[in-house]
Each structure stands twice: as C-alpha cells, then as structure tokens.
Design a protein around this ligand. Structure first.
Ligand SMILES: *[C@@H]1O[C@H](CO)[C@@H](O)[C@H](O)[C@H]1NC(C)=O
Ligand SMILES: *[C@@H]1O[C@H](CO)[C@@H](O)[C@H](O)[C@H]1NC(C)=O
Ligand SMILES: *[C@@H]1O[C@H](CO)[C@@H](O)[C@H](O)[C@H]1NC(C)=O
Ligand SMILES: *[C@@H]1O[C@H](CO)[C@@H](O)[C@H](O)[C@H]1NC(C)=O
Length: 794
C-alpha cells in the first residue's frame, strides 16, 4: 500500500471512530499530555507524511484544526511514528483503538539522577602527550564522534567547550543550533555542534517555564548546572588549573576531549535547582531528533524514581529505537541504593551505569573534645579559623520557637533558633532535603560550620559538595560516636565541659584505599522489570566528581539571593556523573571501531571491566561487603582494555524480538516495545538466552538443570584458540561446552552453551543471590562475563 492510499484509508476509519470521540470529549475538562505511539506503522513514509497523518488524527479527534494545532506538542517521525498531544483520558482511550495506534500512555516524568577520574581509569597518563598506542592516541581523543546529551542544557561559554584546533563539523551532522533566551546560533561552534530545547511536555504538565521560583532559560542554556557538568565529563576539552576552592587542582577533561557535543535540553528547573523535571514527551522528542541529527552516542543521566515497565518510559523506548538505529545509549542506574531491586532504566539494549569511588578524598581531620578523631568529607576554602576547639550542638537541642524537634534535627528551613546557634558548629541529620539546603538553614541561623552524620547505610562515602559554609560529612562508622558525644541520650553531668569540635583545613588526599568501591547511593539489582537480564551493566566514577559549571549558578545550587558565589568548576556525586564516563569511553570505541554495533561496544566495555580494587580484593560496596554483580554489573570501567576485547557478544533486533517472546511478553506487549507485529518462534529457549555479555538466572530448582546459549564473535586476530575458565557461584555447578573455541577468521561467530545445575550441598551462609563468572582467554585477551543466580537457598 503506498502512502496516499494508506492516508485515505486511515482517514475513513478515523471518521467512524471519531464520531464517538467528539461526543464523549465534550464532557471532559482535564487534558493531559499523552504519547500516542504508532511504532513502525509508517516506516515507509517520509517524516512530513507522518506528521500529516498525526494532524489528521488529532484534528478529527478534537473537531478542528485550531484545536489540533494547540494540542500537538511533538511529532515523532524519525525513529518511529507517533506524537505527543494534550488529550483527555477518554480521547486518549479512543485514540488507542484507532488503526495503527500501538499504545497511548500518559507522559510521566523522570529526574536527574563529576578531574582525577580519567587518571584513575588509566586513560590519562601523567607526563606528556598520550602514547600513539593508547586509546586517546589511536582515536585522536574521539575526534568526530558525536555525543548527544539529554539533560538541563549547557553553558556554552565555558572553556571546556572551546573549539580551538578542532576540525570542521562532521559532514554527516544534520542538527541545528536553536536560539532562545540568552542563547543564539553563534554560541554553537565546532565543539558544541548543535543545541536544541524541548519545553512542550514540561510546560503543559507543570507550567510555563518563567513562572517558577527558578528562572530557567527558555533555550539550550543551562540554569541548573547538571547538563554542563555531565557534558564536560563525557567530552570536555583539556583545561588546566581546574579546582574547587583550590582543591583538586589539575587539568580538567572529558573522556573523549575531541568528540563533538550535541545538546538536547529536556529537563527544566522548577522550585530550587534540586527540583528538576523531565517529561517523557520531551525526552522522547530529544531521542527522536538526536537520531535524525546524527548522534552516535547518547548520554542520559536521567531516570524514573522507581523501576518502570520498558514501554511506559521514554528512556527505554527512545533507547530501543536509537539502538536499533545503531546508536549507543548510556543511562544512569539511579541513586536509590543500597536496597535491592532499585535499579531503573533496566532494559537489555542500553548500558546501565552504577557509581563507584576513585582513589581521591576531599577531607578534613575532625577532632572532638573527648579525643575521638576521624576523617570527614569536605571541600571548603582552606580556613584555619576552624582548627580550634569550637562549641558544637545538635539541631534538636536548638529548636526555634514554633518549630519542632524533627524539623530542627534535620535542619529544615526555619527550624533553628539563631540565638542558640550563633557562632557554633551545628550537627544536622541527613534526610528530607538536600545537604546543600540544610547548609542554607544553618548559615541563616548564624552557625560557623555544619556537620552531617550518615546513619542510613551510607558506609564510607564522604560527600564533598561545595557547601555555602564549611561542612563536614561523616562516614557511617563515625556517626554514632559523634552523635553520642554531641547529644548523649543520658543528660551530660553539669560538671562536664560542653562538647567541642576542631576541624582542620580541607585537603586533597590521593591514593586512597580501597578504591574503587561501589557507593551506597548507587541503585542495585536484581532487575525487577526483566528478571533474566542482569543490571546494572558496569560501574564508573560517580563520587565527588569535579567538572564544568555554569557562570550564573551558585555551586551550592541554592538561590543566588542566598549564595552569591560563582565557580567555573563544581563537585557533584551520583550515577548521573558515572553515566557520562561510559558515554565518553563509548565515543572513543566508536572512533576506533566505526562499524561496531551498540551491542559490540557494550560488550567490549563489559567483558574487560575490572572486578578487583587497588588492594587486590574483589570490588566491595561502601560497607565493605563484596556487593557482587548486582551492585557493579561486569565490574568497573577499564577503557584501555575495552579497545581490544578479543571477542564480543552481539545482539540485534531479531535477538530482542526473540527475547521478548522467551520472557513471556504477549503479542500486544511485544508490539508496544518494538512497534512490530510478529509471531514468536515455535521453540523459545531459555529466558536468559539473549546474547548479553552477562548471565542472570532468575530461578533454578534442584534436579532441573538449565542450559543457556551464547555466541561470541572474534574481533581479534584470525587463527586463534580460546579456552574457558569458570568461577562457579556457591551451590551451583556450571558446565561450559565446548570449553575450547577456535576461530579461523576475523568476525567469525561461534556458539557455546552453559549448563547451570543446583547442587544439593548448599554451603552455609549462602544468600539468595550467588555470583560467579566465566572467562574466555587466548593468552592475550580475557573476555569475562559475570553470572548471577537467584537460588532461593534460604
Ligand atoms: C594549581 O596548580 C598550579 C601549578 O600546577 C599553580 O600554579 C596554581 O597556583 C594552583 N592553583 C591553586 C588554586 O592552587
Ligand atoms: C515539624 O516541622 C516540619 C517543618 O519544619 C513540619 O513539616 C512537620 O509537619 C512538623 N511535625 C510535627 C509533628 O508537627
Ligand atoms: C553492602 O552489601 C551488604 C551485603 O550484601 C548489604 O547488606 C549492605 O546493605 C550493602 N551496603 C551498602 C552501603 O551498599
Ligand atoms: C497481554 O498482557 C497484558 C498485560 O500486560 C494484558 O492486559 C493483555 O490482555 C494481554 N493480551 C493478550 C492478547 O493476551
């Protein structure tokens, strides 16, 4: 059927259905942004033909062209066919029954989830230019690869984005530089080659951009700071003398310093810079446009607050179609750890990134009046005036009139009594509001410093945010002794001297051990959306990362009326900071191997990851336990090894189609996900058969062995022989067959199977999830896959 016939046909069918629509719609007042997803239905049509169809559908649904113009926010026409429009529930419902419509769902929201990290990862070697054999040397720092950043926009004047010495914009680039508030086309250059903004879904769901406490820019310009920080971590240029308050002084740079940046602003600041919202409608528009523009690698440090089914979130839908179109997508795992089952963005096609530490701490030595001493996190302007015995009080003991003890314990706005706070150091509990917002209250009440203990499974993480006043964050082990001393449960004898604290100047401490370890906040598997897929995939630096910051945003992210400082650099923590580390490395791999698929790049990154720390022990979590692949996936990012993985695990559209069948998705759901109507193969295989570089067995019964298939493709030299070595999970017998693989040619693919068998003798103390690994090696390469089995031993 050609386009014209289909158009006419569709129109006729629409007429019939729309009589019903117009009748019911007049009764309805509320109109919410819905995404009408039509999958591959119009794959043979040109983009403008798709938009014509969308307009007809909505015009007829709403009764007039005028109403249609107002209702449609975006057309999705590149990756698939669909649109975002304001519809009542009834209109949305009726539209979901129209021909060609795969699904209609409400546009939900997501939220935002950074010098030494590249040295720590081994990419940046001190002392001169990189060697010609290094990943930077071989790729000219990722020259010409295009990284699309979906985030809060960019501060284009920042030195990290200068284009000195860069070649012309790659010819295949089709994007543009959109002007808007305080942003014009001259602000793009050979580094920032495109910049767009997507306010439509946000403005309808939340309200006009200029109406909020934070005056965000109606343009690609970044008010919040998150987008600028993330973009510079992935692809910032070399800028010497970068530091925060004089600490961490060194040369700032991104993972792919010569890659090009394409900005897609789809997240907007609302009420304070901690309140940033991204709507599905806007994120999907960003993906759709980015694919058409020619983005090679997407960096997406955003996610829903809890795990969501793949095809109700724009990130999974966008990532699916981008992957099928050959683009790599890196996403953040989320900051809801260490509880199990918290990982978000957990589809099998994107690269999901957890957060790890580097071997650097910004800290101060803290000494209490009773002699107890510990290292606290801090990146304050070096200031010797705190290095003396100062009075310290717990917020709960200095409650303002009209406030309550809970509010004062957590230092919520207005809860502290200035008279009792003046000149003291205040201890506030972690929770309810961001650490930086507590510092504003403590400063308002006249304190000289803030101390924040962490009782909430925080482990050894020491945050060093750029607070508005000197602030110390405290590791979990030191938190009880601290609080017991400052505010004991039994009243202190009046003969005892009041509690005091001494805080030394902040310093930069390098070579810290153990490192890396997985941060407490980093979201953890298992994957509750797709239990046969291990998530996260990889870990990368996300604690106290220094990167670029906008010129008009205070580094504390507090309102400028409260914090008048500006800073070219800022220090942030979160899986948001980890994700662009992987995007940067993916860009380098794309430069080195232009023909590699997204799955191949993901495989190279995963199979070469490090699973030991700088003390030689297995990667641990922030509490010192081996967290296993549920916390770090394949391990910590290891860029130079990823350049030459030896073997790769490929997967493509056909594999994802079969995966959906074997994982029990029905016809309707499969179509929701792929946009395709297809039948499943007769023989389905194991749900864990998708050819990923990891293996997750979501359940196993005694006496019922399971066989999982994998295929490896040789990307190393021809004529080679690989042998396997296995580390079995406790209580599980693993048999790999064959145990030797021969490759005569490059790109030759060879199959093998892994049999899992639960053995009856269960070792004592074994937990529900047990892990192991298997490694293929030809002597030169080591291709390692993590294995996790949910065995329900308990
Ligand atoms: C950073 O280091 C350089 C030398 O490497 C020095 O000249 C400069 O003063 C330092 N800046 C700060 C703020 O410490
Ligand atoms: C305590 O104060 C906070 C605001 O500081 C308020 O949100 C909370 O409801 C109060 N709790 C009680 C029990 O009054
Ligand atoms: C570390 O792992 C242990 C054991 O799995 C777990 O109980 C704990 O909550 C984890 N702690 C952190 C901070 O990740
Ligand atoms: C497919 O599964 C969904 C639940 O996710 C269910 O609502 C629907 O009825 C199922 N469709 C068929 C054809 O079984």
């Amino acid at each position: 059927m050609n386009g014209d016939t289909e158009l006419r046909c569709l129109t006729r069918i629409l007429w019939l259905q729309l009589c019903f629509l117009t009748l019911t719609s007049s009764l309805v007042v509320s109109h919410e942004v819905h995404i009408v997803y039509m999958g591959n239905h119009h794959a043979h049509l040109q983009p403008h033909e798709k938009t014509d169809i969308h307009r007809r559908m909505v015009t007829e649904a709403l009764g007039s062209e005028e109403a249609c113009e107002k209702a449609i926010i975006y057309h999705y026409m590149h990756m698939f066919s669909g649109f975002a429009a304001r519809l009542s529930t009834e209109q949305a419902d009726a539209m979901s029954k129209m021909q060609g419509v795969v699904s209609v769902f409400k546009s939900g929201t997501a939220s935002l989830h950074t010098t030494r990290s590249w040295e720590f990862l081994g990419l940046d070697k001190p002392g001169g230019p990189p060697s010609p054999n290094s990943l930077w040397g071989k790729t000219n720092f990722g020259n010409d690869v295009i990284i699309g950043v979906l985030d809060t926009g960019i501060w284009p004047e920042h030195e990290s984005f200068h284009d000195y010495d860069l070649g012309p914009v790659p010819e295949r680039w089709k994007g543009t530089c959109e002007s808007g508030e305080e942003f014009d086309q001259s602000m793009c250059n050979k580094k920032i080659i495109g910049a767009r903004y997507f306010p439509g879904g946000f403005e309808l769901a939340v309200g006009p951009i200029d109406q909020f406490a934070v005056d965000d820019f109606r343009s690609p310009r970044d008010r919040d700071g998150h987008g600028t920080h993330v973009a510079s971590t992935a692809a910032g240029r070399f800028v010497p003398l970068a530091n925060v308050n004089g600490l961490g002084n060194g040369t700032a740079k991104g993972g792919a310093p010569n890659a090009r940046i394409a900005v897609y602003k789809c997240c907007w600041a609302i009420d304070g810079l901690f309140g940033v919202t991204c709507t599905d409608a806007d994120m999907l528009a960003a993906f759709d446009t980015g694919v058409a523009d020619g983005v090679d690698v997407f960096s997406v440090s955003l996610g829903p607050s809890s795990p969501q089914p793949f095809f109700q979130t724009a990130i999974s839908i966008g990532a699916f179609h981008a992957t099928i179109a050959g683009r790599v997508v890196a996403v953040s795992a989320g900051n809801s750890g260490p509880q199990l089952g918290t990982v978000v963005n957990s589809d099998p096609w994107s690269i999901n990134v957890a957060s790890s530490s580097i071997d650097r701490v910004y800290g101060s030595t803290v000494t209490l009046g009773n002699g107890y001493s510990f290292l606290g996190g801090s990146i304050t302007v070096p200031d010797d005036s705190l290095n003396m015995d100062l009075p310290i009080v717990f917020g709960a003991d200095i409650v303002a009139e009209g406030a309550n003890v809970t509010g004062a314990s957590f230092c919520l706005p207005g809860a502290l009594d200035p008279v009792k706070t003046q000149g003291k150091v205040v201890l506030c509990l972690q929770g309810y509001i961001h650490r930086n917002e507590k510092s504003a209250e403590v400063k308002r009440a006249g304190a000289v410093a803030l101390v924040i203990p962490n009782f909430d499974a925080g482990g050894i993480d020491l945050y060093a945010d750029n607070f508005i006043l000197p602030t110390i964050t405290v590791a979990e082990v030191d938190s009880n002794p601290l609080l017991d001393y400052v505010s004991p449960l039994q009243p202190r004898p009046t003969s005892d001297p009041p509690p005091t604290i001494r805080i030394s100047c902040s310093t930069t401490i390098d070579g810290v051990k153990p490192a890396p370890y997985i941060n407490a906040f980093s979201s953890v598997g298992p994957n509750i959306i797709a239990p046969a897929v291990l998530k996260p995939d990889i870990s990368a630096p996300g604690l106290n990362i220094i990167a670029a910051w906008p010129g008009a945003t205070p580094p504390s992210s507090l309102p400028s009326s409260i914090d008048k400082r500006t800073s070219k650099w800022n220090v942030l923590s979160g899986t948001s900071m980890s994700c662009p580390h992987v995007a940067g490395v993916a860009a380098l791999l794309k430069a080195l191997h232009p023909t590699w698929s997204p799955a191949a790049i993901k495989s190279a990154i995963m199979t070469t990851a490090l699973t030991v720390d700088n003390t030689g022990s297995e990667l641990r979590n922030s509490s010192g336990f081996p967290g296993g692949p549920l916390s770090y996936g394949a391990g910590n990012l290891n860029p130079e090894a990823a350049a030459d993985p030896g073997l790769i695990y490929q997967s493509n559209l056909d594999d994802y189609k079969v995966f959906l069948c074997s994982n029990g998705y029905n016809q309707t759901e499969r179509q929701l996900i792929t946009g395709l109507f297809y039948d499943c193969p007769v023989s389905l295989g194991n749900p864990s058969d998708l050819n990923l570089p990891s293996v997750m067995i979501p359940e196993i019964e005694e006496g019922q062995p399971q066989i999982v298939k994998r295929t490896v493709t040789n990307v190393g030299p021809s004529m080679c022989r690989y042998t396997v070595s296995v580390i079995e999970p406790p209580g599980i017998k693993m048999t790999i067959s064959p145990s030797e693989l021969f490759f005569q040619r490059e790109n030759e693919a060879v199959d093998f199977t892994i049999q899992f068998e639960r053995v009856s003798a269960v070792p004592a103390g074994v937990q529900e999830f047990v892990h192991g690994s298997f490694t293929w090696s030809d002597g030169a390469h080591k291709v390692t896959s993590p294995v996790v089995v949910a065995a329900n031993f308990l």
